[in-house]
Design a protein around this ligand. Structure first.
Ligand code: ABU
Length: 500
């Protein structure tokens, strides 16, 4: 009975050990139930409620914060309800996001990390985690294929921040005076990324004072891959306009199509024009773990920096992202400010392990441990097997859609990554001639089906327009719990969900 117990009865209160144990065991029970439900195909992916319904409060679940403490019975109800009204991203039928899945070892790693509750800026307070981060960065850089003496890197809070680091480092590499003198000391810069690349490159240009107008969006082919001759054309155009090209982002696994830019050809262009080559492998980096699929990233070893998000294809619990750099010492010189209360140079150990000053943050969450623990538990082969399985699911889905006349694929070639993009063509549109009118109607189909899907809670898949293409579904597979039967379920569900 927790109704008479309050947080003040728990440790470190005297005699708090027993209530603490019972409370935490009850929390574990709630979580175990959630884990079981997440993998149970007869349970829903989500129990959807609109914002106003959640705000109004549901059956004893209120978001309001009290002045008086609530008892632990209520706290446990709040824990249960928070999970009940959330989205089960570990459910085998959740296809909505690039990051999904519920890995038990990863979960244990996250619990342990929270219990340790430390900051990974210095060896002083994170001795074990700092060394684990170093081990992981080394393994990832080995997969990329960089020589040991040139490698550097750091974990960061997500792919967008890792990409921001790459632009920051490239600018500092070419114009180191920017750190002290600011943009007044820098000419008008130009950077290049494909029209299918992630918006974080443009965001980095905005945040860093370069300006989004100085980001050249390079044309892609039908498959969403950057066209190297178009890159070269854009570089020459920028030069004619009086700008100074300095940075190219190539994408290994675009967000929507899952396309891989031709990295070797892009590297040739970068070499020719002396530009920094970054590879945003946030999504595609995981494929480096697979002997079968790593060939899709051929040329990544020629990049100067790489973003890789293990929280996507490798299934590490959010968040886990790394910026990897092939210029040892650059992160430190670019970002260090030597705060004396943290980074004392006269400590009694090798202070190069105080990695915090390489970053643009001060406090830093430990994202390394859960990743390290999962690698221990699965081995490289375990990651390889789960990634191969996800790509097999995508291939199966693509093959099934191809057979049906009520689905149309957005790009015709086979998936390279685990993204499959498609339109559902309802009976009412089957006979419509292709053209503006049909497109206008088709544009409304995916959002309507998605709304129904969320209300029913049976599955979740994303949609978006892209370029000339009206709204289409993007299905992605990153959850190793998903089987072919779940893929078949999605197809049937889209066909039977009534929408008007
Ligand atoms: N690039 C952030 C994640 C995007 C997605 O899950 O669709």
């Amino acid at each position: 009975n927790f109704s008479t117990i309050y947080s003040t009865d728990l440790l470190p209160t005297k005699n708090g050990e027993e209530p603490t144990k019972h409370f935490l065991l009850e929390v574990v029970n709630i979580l175990l139930n959630y884990v079981k439900k997440s993998f149970d195909r007869s349970s829903k992916v989500l129990d959807f409620h609109y914002p106003h319904q959640l705000k109004e409060g549901l059956e004893g679940f209120s978001l309001d914060l009290p002045d008086q403490p609530e008892n632990l019975e209520q706290v446990l109800v709040d824990c249960r309800d928070t999970l009940k009204y959330g989205v089960k991203t570990g459910h085998p039928r959740f296809f909505n996001q690039l990051s999904s899945g519920l890995d038990i070892i990863g979960l244990a790693g996250e619990w342990l990390t929270s219990a340790a509750n430390t900051n990974i800026f210095t060896f002083e307070i994170s001795p074990v985690f700092i060394l684990m981060e170093e081990v992981l960065l080394k393994k990832m850089q080995e997969k990329i294929g960089w020589p040991a003496e040139e490698r550097d890197g750091i974990f960061s809070p997500g792919g967008s921040i890792s990409n921001l680091y790459s632009v920051l480092l490239a600018r500092y590499h070419f114009f180191p005076e920017v750190k002290t003198k600011g943009m007044a000391a820098v000419p008008r810069l130009a950077l290049f990324t494909s029209e299918h690349s992630h918006y974080s490159i443009r965001k980095a240009a905005a945040v860093l004072g370069i300006g989004t107008e100085n980001v050249f969006m390079v044309k892609c082919d039908e498959r969403g891959k950057m066209i190297p001759s178009e890159l070269e054309f854009s570089i020459l155009k920028a030069k004619v306009m009086g700008s100074v090209p300095f940075y190219v982002n190539a994408t290994a696994g675009t967000t929507v199509y899952g396309a891989f830019d031709p990295l070797s050809e892009i590297a040739d262009v970068c070499e020719k024009h002396n530009l920094w080559m970054h590879v945003d492998a946030s999504w595609g980096g995981g494929l480096l773990m697979s002997k079968k699929h790593s060939v899709k990233l051929k040329g990544i070893e020629r990049a100067t920096s790489v973003t890789w998000n293990p929280h996507k294809m490798m299934g590490i619990p959010l968040q886990c992202s790394a910026i990897l750099v092939r210029k040892k010492g650059l992160l430190q010189s670019c970002n260090q400010l030597c705060a004396e209360y943290l980074f004392q140079p006269d400590k009694h150990y090798d202070v190069s392990y105080d990695t915090g000053d390489k970053t643009i943050q001060c406090g830093r969450h430990v994202d390394a441990f859960k990743f390290w623990l999962m690698w221990k538990a699965k081995g490289t082969e375990g990651f390889e097997a789960q990634i191969n399985k996800c790509l097999q699911n995508a291939q199966h889905f693509y093959n099934e859609l191809k057979k049906r006349d009520d689905f149309e694929l957005v790009y015709k070639s086979e998936p390279e990554h685990s993204n499959v993009c498609f339109w559902y063509i309802p009976p009412s549109l089957k006979q419509s001639p292709h053209g503006v009118e049909r497109n206008m109607k088709l544009h409304e189909v995916a959002p309507k089906i998605k709304a129904k899907m969320m209300e029913e809670g049976t599955t979740m898949v994303g949609y978006q327009p892209l370029g000339e293409n009206v709204n289409f579904f993007r299905c992605v597979f990153s959850n190793p719990a998903t089987n072919k039967s779940d893929v078949d379920f999605l197809i049937e569900e889209i066909e039977v969900l009534p929408f008007t």
